[in-house]
Design a protein around this ligand. Structure first.
Ligand SMILES: [Fe+2]
Ligand SMILES: [Fe+2]
Length: 303
């Protein structure tokens, strides 16, 4: 049923399992995350201050007994039905479990990605690709930074910004399946080699599809699509292409041009931007290109 799901006990988007604790991600979107966490008996655990004042965390005790070591100078015992709210906390609060404890945790900011093994594995792939394609070290990171710079100028909300940043960081992971001699080939690719190269957006999307970051898949899939339909893999046009993919297209092209490649020297920022501007409206989105120019100027990369 669209927009509705019933999930049986034990189902989760991802589970991480450590010696003393197990965390299940149950619900995830940029504005809300719900997890359950099992913490074994006789273990310490902490609630840490958040990065921003707006982050609200709520912990509901499903079962078990534990002790807060210091709440306004006192020790407090918590059990089933008790709950904790944390917002604007200044220092970590520590707890000790007296039995196995199960908590249901709500947060208005994502945190599971810090422990996500699937995301960590994808990021490893991204680094592996950069190592294979030795002229593009930190390419993904720079593409993510440029993309976020453009999106901020569009006033994209935080949730979408994060999604864009992750997609940009992972945009080329599908290249892990492209042989190194094709990635680093000095000359023009043969038709057959180009066909192999053109598979990387769909391969990357498929890799992300298997994680709870499924929503990144369409962006990664479309990062080589171009406005006039001349891109790949699907030859999408204009509005068929997601704005996030249009942003990555510009950042990616700029970064590729301004890096030394095995077959040519790096272009200057001015000439790379000029090249992109020459295709404003046919290959690249006009607004994206204009905002990117502002980003480059503010960063002092162009005059
Ligand atoms: Fe790519
Ligand atoms: Fe790229």
């Amino acid at each position: 049923m669209r927009g509705f799901s019933i999930n049986k006990a034990g189902h989760s988007l991802e589970q991480v399992d450590y010696d003393s604790t197990k965390v299940n991600l149950l619900v995830n979107n940029p504005r809300m995350e719900i997890m359950d966490q099992l913490i074994k008996k006789d273990k310490m655990f902490y609630i840490y201050p958040s990065a921003h004042e707006e982050v609200l965390e709520f912990y509901y005790v499903l079962s078990g007994v534990f002790k807060c070591e210091d709440y306004d100078g006192e020790k407090v015992v918590l059990s089933s039905g008790d709950y904790i709210c944390s917002q604007g906390l200044e220092e970590p609060v520590h707890f000790k479990t007296l039995e196995d404890v199960k908590l249901l945790i709500f947060s208005n900011e994502e945190s599971f990605y810090h422990v996500s093994e699937k995301l960590a594995a994808l990021e490893e792939v991204s680094k592996l690709v950069e190592a294979k394609d030795r002229y593009t070290a930190k390419h993904s990171q720079r593409v993510a930074e440029y993309s976020v710079g453009i999106a901020r100028k569009m006033k994209m909300d935080t949730g979408h910004l994060k999604r864009l940043s992750r997609a940009a960081f992972l945009h080329d992971i599908g290249k892990v399946h492209v042989p190194e001699d094709i990635l680093n080939k000095p000359g023009k690719l043969t038709e057959k080699e180009y066909e192999i190269m053109k598979k990387h957006p769909a391969d990357g999307a498929a890799m992300v599809e298997q994680t709870y970051y499924k929503d990144l898949a369409p962006i990664i899939h479309q990062h080589h699509e171009r406005l006039d339909g001349s891109g790949y893999p699907d030859g999408l046009k204009g509005d068929e292409i997601l704005i996030e993919a249009k942003i990555i297209a510009v950042s990616d092209t700029f970064d590729a041009l301004t890096e030394d490649r095995i077959y040519r020297k790096a272009w200057t920022a001015e000439s790379a931007l000029k090249e992109i501007k020459a295709h404003k409206g046919d290959l690249y989105d006009e607004t994206v290109v204009e905002l990117f120019e502002e980003v480059l100027r503010e960063e002092g990369k162009i005059d």
